[in-house]
Every structure is written in structure tokens, then in C-alpha cells.
Ligand binder design. Structure first.
Ligand code: HEC
Ligand code: HEC
Length: 283
């Protein structure tokens, strides 16, 4: 921690207008509807981590993008969260239930995003947040499953993530999770595509460097779902994985595939300790 820690972004504006470098602050103070909320942008890594420090992807974005995320009224992802709130309260499916009927307020979901993906003991499988949501829709509501990248699904992951905002990511990697974590790790370090690049080549060896116009981050997923200025909507984790793999000119996997679920376990755990940030703003 350095002296600049004190100069957190009050509403995103103060420190920015003083002209600190994008990487200077360790925390971000977000102006919320009811006050302010602080999130950690830089934290100590878990003991096993190859990274000297964990850094939120926001640190590598422009000051303009950072200031959007520093104010819930300016964060364009919040429109989608509001839509999800409506859907949370809306009856759907043959059982005539809404999410709210069983779960109460969305705030009851506090802590859920921080531990996802999480092994589902009943089903004997690793499940992501999307899978838990869809299981409630199909098995408990008698409603159709939402597609992985559909607006309804990604917005709902945004609403649920927001309830954990500021909490440290804390994904289990031992016990039942261990084989998934190993598989994800293997993928993370494997070169793919015509460019023969692994995730690690860009996000471990070269973060803070530029690749074309892009300032490379550590490829963390604590900020997901992420509102991207590029496509003006909230984007899922697996959609981002797909984009990165495509950029290496490799064949990619599908959203919800066993490969991406394992990769998500590993990548999520690389951010254990970073604040849940979703819905974040990225370019
Ligand atoms: C008929 C009751 C019912 C309805 C309706 C329902 N759920 Fe659930 N949900 C449950 C139960 C029971 C569980 C498992 C126990 C628990 O973790 O609360 C669960 C678990 C979850 C979990 C995993 C929580 C965790 O900690 O692992 C999520 C996420 C979730 N529900 C989201 C939703 C969403 C979003 C909706 C609406 C689209 C919804 N649920 C509708 C009953 C319901
Ligand atoms: C050729 C370099 C390259 C490779 C290889 C690559 N990425 Fe990326 N990735 C990028 C760039 C560029 C961005 C956008 C800027 C940034 O956040 O780093 C990005 C962004 C991301 C983000 C969003 C981070 C955030 O905070 O919004 C995630 C997550 C991610 N990558 C994961 C992966 C994973 C997992 C792999 C391996 C399957 C991978 N990337 C492979 C270049 C790469």
C-alpha cells in the first residue's frame, strides 16, 4: 500500500482530475444509490499464485472507463441489472413462481457470486452461477432454461453479482474442485491457435504491456459480467474466454462446455482475494 491509497476515487472524479496514473490507486470508491462502497483493486495473491500481486482489470482501463464504473449512475451495466430485478419479481413457468417467491430480496444472494463456480454435491458436478440459475428455472419454476449469453441470463448474473460487490473472491480449489482446477490450469498454460499463445503468455507474462492498442490486464474474472463499451451490453465470462481464444486463431469451446467450466474454476481462483466487481465496465 502506498500513500496514494488514501486518494481513492471519490465518485471516480477527484483522483482522476488530479491526474494520478491509472495504476496508482489500490481501491476504488463507488458512488452508489445509497452512499459509497469501496472495492479493492490490488490485493495479495494466494500462496500458490504465480502472480506477485492481483490487480483488477479496471486498473488497466482508461480514466474515462474507470470513472464510469466509479458511479452507479454512470455505469451503463446498471440498466441491465434493473431489468433483472424486474425479472426477479416476475412469475414465470408452470409452477407460477418468481425468484422472489423463494429467495426474497436479491440481497439474499450476498456471497453467492464470490464462491462461483461451486461444486454441486447433489448433482456431483461443478456448476457455474448460470447453471444454478437455470436449474431453478427448469426444475423449480417449470420455466424454460435461459441461453448462456441471453440478455435475461447475463443480466441476472449481474444482479446476483452486485449483491456480493466488494466481497473477496473465494473459490474453492481443493476437494471435489481439485480435478476441475487442474484441468483449467492445464488449459491456461497450453498454447493454442496459429499464434501458439496461451492465456498465460498474455495475462501472466505480459500484463501491463500493450498488445496493439490494448493495455493487457491479468485476465481476471472478478468483474464479470462486464459491460463492454465495444458491444454496449453485459458480457458473460465464457463469452470473454471465447473472444480471447478466437484472437489466437484457435478453435474455441462453447459457452457452458466442460472445458470452459474447468477454465472458469481456475481463472476465478487466480483472482481469489480480489473484490467482486460485477457489473464492471470495460472497453
Ligand atoms: C421454488 C423455489 C425457487 C425458485 C422459484 C427459485 N429458486 Fe433459486 N433456489 C431454490 C433452492 C431451494 C435453492 C437451493 C438452496 C439454496 O442454496 O438456497 C436455490 C438455489 C439458487 C442459487 C444457488 C445459491 C447458492 O448459494 O448456491 C441461485 C443462484 C438461485 N437459486 C437463483 C435463482 C433465480 C435467479 C431464480 C429465478 C429465476 C430462482 N433461483 C428461483 C429455490 C428456488
Ligand atoms: C493474444 C493475447 C491474449 C491471449 C492469448 C488471451 N487473452 Fe484474454 N485478453 C486479451 C486482451 C487484449 C484483453 C482486453 C484487455 C485486458 O483486459 O487484458 C483480454 C481480456 C481478458 C479478460 C477480461 C478481463 C477483465 O478484467 O475484463 C479475461 C477474463 C481474459 N482475457 C481471459 C483470458 C483467458 C482465460 C485466456 C486463455 C484462454 C486468454 N484471455 C487469452 C488478450 C489475450
Amino acid at each position: 500500500m502506498n500513500i496514494l491509497k488514501k486518494t481513492t476515487l471519490i465518485g471516480g472524479i477527484l483522483a482522476l482530475s488530479l491526474g494520478f496514473a491509472a495504476t496508482a490507486q489500490d481501491t476504488l470508491t463507488i458512488a452508489t444509490e445509497t452512499g459509497t462502497q469501496e472495492i479493492m483493486l490490488k490485493v495479495k495473491p494466494p500462496a500458490w499464485s504465480p502472480l506477485p500481486e492481483l490487480i483488477s482489470g479496471l486498473v488497466f482501463r482508461s480514466k474515462e472507463t474507470q470513472s464510469l464504473q466509479a458511479d452507479d449512475f454512470g455505469n451503463p451495466g446498471m440498466v441491465f441489472v434493473e431489468q433483472a430485478w424486474e425479472s426477479w419479481n416476475t412469475t414465470d413457468g408452470s409452477a407460477g413462481k418468481s425468484c422472489a417467491d423463494c429467495h426474497g430480496e436479491p440481497a439474499k444472494m450476498a456471497g453467492v457470486r464470490a464462491v462461483m463456480p461451486k461444486f454441486n454435491k447433489d448433482k456431483g458436478e461443478m456448476w457455474t452461477l448460470e447453471m444454478y440459475i437455470n436449474n431453478c428455472r427448469t426444475d423449480r419454476m417449470g420455466a424454460d432454461a435461459w441461453k448462456w449469453n441471453s440478455g435475461s441470463m447475463v443480466s441476472m448474473t449481474g444482479l446476483i453479482s452486485l449483491q456480493s460487490r466488494g466481497m473477496p473472491m473465494n473459490v474453492a480449489i481443493d476437494g471435489d474442485a481439485a480435478p476441475y482446477w487442474e484441468q483449467g490450469k492445464e488449459m491456461y498454460y497450453s498454447s493454442t491457435g496459429q499464434l501458439e499463445l496461451s492465456c498465460a503468455n498474455c495475462h501472466e507474462d505480459n500484463y501491463d504491456n500493450y498488445i496493439r492498442a490494448d493495455h493487457l490486464s491479468q485476465g481476471q474474472i472478478n468483474g464479470f459480467p462486464a459491460y463492454r463499451l465495444k458491444n454496449a451490453k453485459l458480457n458473460s465470462i465464457h463469452n470473454r474466454f471465447k473472444g480471447c481464444i478466437r484472437d489466437t486463431r484457435a478453435e474455441t469451446y462453447k459457452e457452458g462446455s466442460p472445458e470452459f467450466i474447468a477454465l472458469e474454476v481456475y481463472v476465478a481462483s487466480r483472482g481469489n482475494g480480489l473484490s467482486v466487481e460485477g457489473p464492471s465496465v470495460r472497453n
